[in-house]
Design a protein around this ligand. Structure first.
Ligand code: ZN
Length: 225
């Protein structure tokens, strides 16, 4: 079975993907998405299987929770966040752990269940660091597209034997997955980002990410004046 372990929808401020379109494409290409929005857990109607998740901003960087039942608050310490993920019987992933630009948790990845060793938007060098780290600490691994636009979903995915979507079984299979390593189309991504930001500006939304909810509100207030 094919799973993309890192996908956003428009429940994230920086993504334009309508979740219905995502599940339609998922069905077409036969890839199960883990829906991992920034600090938000969503449960769309299951027109195709998916893994409910959240990419949570902690005080120490970002961590993903997979198979969550309840949303986890952002800005807690990493330790507290990992406890909350564990309490739900869910799995933790270190996304882009060695990215200097994208809130990777670096060496703290020792404490998580799974290491993301391939990220569709990440520089290959930082992927390689993550891969070496995972090998050294004998951690299960995944690859994900980190898609924020629909065209990005479906290029990169992780393949494991067919099984039921159950955290413990999936974790075991991720000791030896086959990762299909295709980066996003960066030229197309830049164009999509620019078009998306222009749309945000025309709606009076703050196009600068990461932007807190408060910043978004201030921007809206200013735009109204
Ligand atoms: Zn992400």
């Amino acid at each position: 079975m094919k799973i993309d372990f890192h996908v956003h929808t428009n429940a994230s401020v920086d993504s334009s993907i309508d979740v219905r379109d995502l599940l339609m494409k998922a069905k077409k290409v036969g890839i199960i998405p883990a829906i991992t929005n920034h600090n938000k857990l969503v449960f769309p109607k299951r027109t195709f299987p998916y893994i409910p998740g959240e990419e949570i901003m902690t005080e120490d960087g970002e961590v993903i929770g997979l198979f969550l039942n309840e949303e986890i608050k952002s800005k807690l310490s990493l330790g507290e966040t990992l406890d909350k993920i564990r309490e739900q019987g869910a799995l933790s992933v270190a996304p882009h752990p060695f990215s200097p630009l994208r809130h990777g948790i670096g060496m703290h990845s020792k404490g998580v269940d799974i290491i993301e060793v391939f990220n569709g938007r990440q520089h290959p060098d930082t992927d390689e660091l993550a891969e070496r780290f995972a090998k050294e600490w004998k951690k299960p691994i995944v690859g994900g597209s980190d898609a924020h636009f629909l065209f990005e979903f479906g290029r990169c995915y992780t393949e494991i034997p067919d099984m039921e979507l159950e955290p413990k079984k999936i974790l075991r299979a991720l000791k030896k997955p086959k990762i299909h390593r295709y980066k996003t189309n960066f030229a197309r991504l830049q164009a999509a980002k620019l078009a998306f930001k222009m749309k945000q500006v025309s709606r009076g939304q703050n196009p600068f990410y990461p932007a807190s909810q408060t910043k978004q509100k201030i921007f809206k207030k200013r735009a109204r004046k």
